[in-house]
Ligand binder design. Structure first.
Ligand code: GAF
Length: 392
């Protein structure tokens, strides 16, 4: 069976109770931001390409209230088992904020440091809870960053004028405080997600188009491999620089403007690994544009084929898959009624995304449960709303 997603209201009540227990008073500000699943367009965002993610119903929630003591005190559900759940640090006007330990607090500190109205933060107390699986490749960190930013907007009564700037500030937090040179996809969809829609995001212009996902007979099944290989953090920057190298050899500002024909003309002269990395990115950008079209015309067979090609390219050319993700994809593809299946997110563990007839979801789940070498977790994903301030 697929997991039930705890509704936002339930998570907020839990957070309110925790707040009372920890701070002896009631919170008066609350915000949330979702995780995401990417349908297609993997490792294209930092190449100025297209991505096609949707926001999930799983969210990170923050409840809290202002103080005027210059201190930020946060209690959180944390991924690091031995990390403290409660941290305190000073507001940035006293002294610049710096990353440190525990690691989870760096996402929050980074956002505070990049908040557009930092000067208005006099201090706060807050509780953070999440239903986004931590480290599962569904953007738990982006949802924490964007929830923090949205919380600060509510706390200071100072909303961002441009939503793109909000996403960029959260991306900068991840670069500078978590040391991950990520693209813009995760923060963007967490800010801008729309109920009932995927978003075709042009990561060069930062303009997005809504792509409706409305066929009730088709489901998006997210399968968590429940493995997390540490390789992800070290290989990501390597892939990024390999793409930059490919663009340099092709004499392009980024791989977005390179064609397959131009790349092929360099086959044999270009380093073989760099060639394959570029082949993935150029192919994936085109697949993503086609996938948006396939969704618009309701052609699930076409979309499924593109998803399968995307996975194979990520496995063979980009080399960011792993045995568990490959196995999950192969198992899903064997079930009648599955249009396509692929890994989603950065790779080296995390989740797969499968496009399947709604009536066949349980069949996919039992087939995987029977054959998968580890234990998987399942979520039926409905395209949900981006970050928002919540009423208490
Ligand atoms: C991670 C990154 F954070 C994103 O920016 C993106 O590059 C993704 O991996 C791969 O598509 O989630």
């Amino acid at each position: 069976m697929a997991c039930r997603t705890v509704p936002v209201e339930e998570l907020v009540s839990k957070a309110k109770k925790e707040f009372e227990q920890n701070f002896g008073t009631q919170p008066n500000v609350a915000a949330c931001a979702p995780g995401r699943v990417n349908l297609i367009g993997e490792h294209t965002d930092y190449n100025d390409g297209f991505v096609l993610p949707m926001a999930l119903p799983m969210v990170t929630v923050i409840v809290g209230r202002s103080t005027d003591n210059g201190e930020c005190t946060i209690v959180a559900a944390v991924p690091e088992a031995d990390a403290p759940r409660k941290v305190s640090f000073h507001v940035p006007s006293k002294q610049p904020l710096l990353p440190g330990s525990p690691k989870w607090a760096n996402y929050v500190k980074g956002v505070i440091a990049n908040f557009h109205a930092t000067g208005l933060i006099s201090g706060f107390e807050a509780v953070i809870l999440t239903t986004v699986p931590l480290g599962g490749g569904l953007s738990s960190s982006a949802s924490l960053e964007v929830a923090t930013y949205t919380f600060l907007e509510a706390l200071t009564n100072n909303k961002s004028k441009e939503l793109q700037d909000k996403a960029l500030a959260c991306q900068k937090a991840e670069h500078n405080f978590a040391g991950v040179p990520c693209g813009i996809m995760d923060q963007f969809i967490s800010v801008m997600g729309k109920t009932g829609n995927a978003l075709l995001i042009d990561c060069r212009s930062l303009v997005a188009e809504l792509v409706p996902l409305q066929d009730p007979k088709v489901a998006i099944l997210v399968t968590n491999s429940n493995v997390h290989h540490d390789l992800g953090s070290s290989e990501y920057p390597v892939r990024r620089s390999q793409c930059e190298e490919a663009a340099r050899l092709l004499q392009k500002p980024s791989l977005r403007t390179a064609t397959m024909q131009e790349l092929t003309s360099l086959e044999g002269t270009m380093d073989e690994v760099i060639f394959r990395r570029a082949r993935h990115v150029i192919g994936e950008i085109s697949r993503t544009e086609q996938a948006a079209l396939a969704l618009r015309v309701g052609d699930c067979e076409w979309l499924g084929r593109l998803m399968n090609e995307s996975h194979d390219s990520l496995r063979d050319d980009y080399e960011v898959s792993c045995a568990e993700l490959d196995q999950l994809v192969e198992l899903a593809r064997k079930v009648d009624g599955v249009f396509g299946s692929r890994m989603t997110g950065g790779g080296f563990g995390g989740c797969t995304v499968t496009l399947v007839k709604e009536s066949e979801v349980e069949k996919v789940i039992s087939h995987i449960n029977e054959k998968y070498s580890k234990e998987a977790t399942f979520y039926v994903a409905t395209p949900s709303e981006g970050a928002r301030i919540l009423k208490l």
